[in-house]
Every structure is written in C-alpha cells, then in structure tokens.
Design a protein around this ligand. Structure first.
Ligand SMILES: NC(=O)c1ccc[n+]([C@@H]2O[C@H](COP(=O)([O-])OP(=O)(O)OC[C@H]3O[C@@H](n4cnc5c(N)ncnc54)[C@H](OP(=O)(O)O)[C@@H]3O)[C@@H](O)[C@H]2O)c1
Length: 333
C-alpha cells in the first residue's frame, strides 16, 4: 500500500499565481512524452509518486499526450483511482484540447463541439469529475474566438474545470481572448507558451506583458527545448535520448545546425565558469522571468526528475547572469 512521504511539503517552493489564490510548485511535471503507453505503467507510477512525495503538486496533461494519444491521461487516471485516491485535493491537474485527437471534422481545432466533448473524454480517462485547469491548446483561426472562449467559460459553469488557461496564443489573440473571458466574469489562470533561453518570443513579442498587465500567470513549456538545453547533444546524439527516437518527429537531427551548436557550446562554457550545469541554468533562466509562476518540465526517467527538483532549489540567477545568457544565445555565428 502506498503511503506518501510525510515531509513532502518541507522543501518545495510555491509561487502564488497572480490574480488568484492558487499556489504552484516552482517545477510542474509535464506528461507529453514518456507518461503514456510508450513507457511501462510501473515506471510512470514511480515518477508520478516520487513527484507527489517531493511537493510537485501540479501535473500537466492534454487529451493527446502519450503514444497513443490519451494514454498519458489513462495512466494518471489509474494512479488517481489507486495510490492517489485519497489525495486528489492535494493535486492540481490540467488538461487541454486544440490539436488533432480523433478523425474527422470534430477532432481538432477550437470549436465548442471539439473542446467540450474532448474534456468529457479526458475526465473519463482521468477518472475524475473535474480538472483544476482546462486550456484551449492553441488559437484556431477557423473558429470564432468567442466560440472557443465560451466553451472554456461553460466548462467552468458546468463544474468540469475550476480554472481556464490559454496555450500557444499569439499576443494579439491572447489579449482578445482575455477580454472575452473577462466579459463573461472569468479570469484566466495561466498562459502556457513555449519559452526557454533559446526561444524568448513570448517575452519579446509582448505576451508576458499582457499576462502581467491583466494579472495572470505564465507556465512556460519545453524550457530545455526538448533536451537541447541540458547539454546532452554537445558531442553526440545519445542513443537513449529523445532525438534518437524514431517515433518522435518533434526533435530531429536537423535541429542541430552549426550555429545552434556553437551557441550551445558557448553557453556551456559560461555555465562551467559559474560552476552550474546547463540544465540548472536553463531552469533558472525561465524561473527568473517575471511573471513565470512555475516551470513545466519533461523527463524520460526518474533520475532526471530528481536532478531537476534539486536544481530548482538552488540559488536563482541574477540579472547580470540572465543578460549574459541572452547575449550568448542571441549572438550570430
Ligand atoms: N502547450 C503545449 O503546446 C505544449 C507543448 C509541448 C510541451 N508541453 C508541456 O511541457 C512539458 C515539457 O515539455 P518537453 O518534454 O517538450 O520539454 P523539455 O522539458 O524542454 O524537455 C524534456 C526532455 O529534456 C531532457 N531532460 C530533462 N531533465 C533532464 C536532466 N535532468 N538531465 C538530462 N536531460 C534531461 C529529457 O530528454 P531525453 O528524453 O532525451 O532524456 C526530457 O525528455 C510537456 O510534458 C507538456 O506538459 C506543452
């Protein structure tokens, strides 16, 4: 029988999401890769329970996570109805809909039809009556924005989600979506963009400013650019890495061009000069940005999660170090 660590809240740091009373751990666990049927249930369970035992209370999912899509939610659903049955209220669980999930015209996009039926399917797989946070996974220019946003509002009104979020929205559409939400009396909780030391668009193109002005939080994803910012590809492509996997079209050898490798090599030299690992620097780079509430991390094995949890509790980077990282990674070569 699983008994959680009685000291699980002793060392994790929590940040209050602006405009809300929700506190999130500074690292949250993402279920996109390695938490579905591409991994064994036992290994998934080991990582999930270790996270919970160390104060990582936020699990981030989407309808299509895992191989096949949906299997990450199904794995978590089993854990939630077994080991974590008595601890649902200690967890903050998010899911999303927006990218292709099933065949035909209603399995993709931003329609009310897709979002609400997908949420019902997610709840069934997760074995829970509501999620804490439901996201529109992407802006869909084929659907009136009002329709997508009203589906989020109604998910809350129907008691199927406590909060709503927006992911991958360009700045102008983010602004419009927030205005529509507010006109229906709903305040967004989080914006989830791709953001890392290598990809700073959300800060540079004003999306972070929208979040700060409208008082809601940011939870960036792919903060290691799927592993590029851990230093593992500096010399070779490790056989057990995401890039080496034939079933992963999202990170391929093509991403490793000479300019990128040069910049990563320089970043690595800088990390060595301040006696910190590249992984730790990449993590603290995003945690050092206002208004980031939590950094979403992906892992392929337990040891990585253990390393990241330790790294998260290390000293933040100072402004001069953040600026130095920007100038190294923006340098043209
Ligand atoms: N909203 C969206 O559209 C969206 C899109 C993508 C992701 N997300 C969310 O963000 C989460 C994280 O995304 P992600 O997995 O793409 O990004 P990531 O966190 O940038 O990369 C995760 C990968 O980095 C490597 N890694 C992590 N910790 C490490 C360590 N301590 N040492 C060495 N390598 C380490 C592992 O690579 P190896 O596999 O090579 O070991 C791991 O699979 C997802 O699970 C999901 O919840 C959201």
């Amino acid at each position: 029988m699983y008994l959680p660590n009685p000291h699980r809240y002793d060392s994790m740091v929590y940040r209050t999401v602006p405009g809300s009373g929700v506190k999130l751990p500074i690292i949250s666990l993402g279920f996109w890769h390695n938490f579905g049927n591409e991994n064994t249930y036992e290994k998934v369970k080991e990582m999930v329970l270790w996270a919970f035992d160390h104060g990582i209370t936020h699990f981030d999912l989407a309808n299509n996570y895992g191989l096949p899509g949906g299997s990450a939610e199904a794995h978590l659903g089993k854990i939630l109805s077994e080991e974590l049955k008595d601890y649902r209220d200690e967890l903050f669980i998010s899911t999303k809909a927006g990218f292709r999930m099933w065949n035909g015209p209603y399995g993709d996009g931003g329609s009310r039809k897709y979002l609400l039926s997908s949420l019902d399917q997610s709840l069934k797989r997760l074995n829970i009556p509501y999620v804490d946070l439901f996201y529109s996974h992407r802006f869909d220019d084929q659907t009136p924005l009002e329709e997508t946003i009203l589906a989020l509002v109604d998910a809350v009104r129907m008691g199927k989600a406590l909060y709503v979020g927006l992911s991958n929205y360009p700045t102008q559409e983010l602004k419009k979506a927030v205005a529509i939400l507010k006109s229906h009396g709903i305040h967004p909780l989080l914006f989830q963009p791709h953001f890392s030391a290598l990809d700073t668009w959300a800060r540079d193109e004003g999306a972070f400013d929208v979040c700060a002005e409208e008082k809601f939080g940011v939870i960036p994803y792919s903060i290691f650019n799927q592993g590029l910012l851990t230093g593992k590809y500096l010399r070779e492509i490790p056989k057990d890495s995401r890039m080496a996997r034939p079933d992963n079209p999202f990170l391929t050898e093509k991403s490793l061009n000479v300019s990128l490798l040069n910049r990563l090599t320089k970043l690595n030299e800088y990390c060595e000069s301040i006696h910190r690992s590249m992984t730790e620097v990449a993590l603290h780079y995003v945690l050092g940005q206002r208004p980031v509430s939590s950094a979403l991390v992906g892992v392929s094995r337990l040891e990585q999660l253990q390393e990241l949890t330790k790294a998260a509790l290390q000293e933040p980077l100072n402004m001069a170090q953040l600026d130095q990282i920007d100038s190294i990674l923006k340098e043209k070569s």
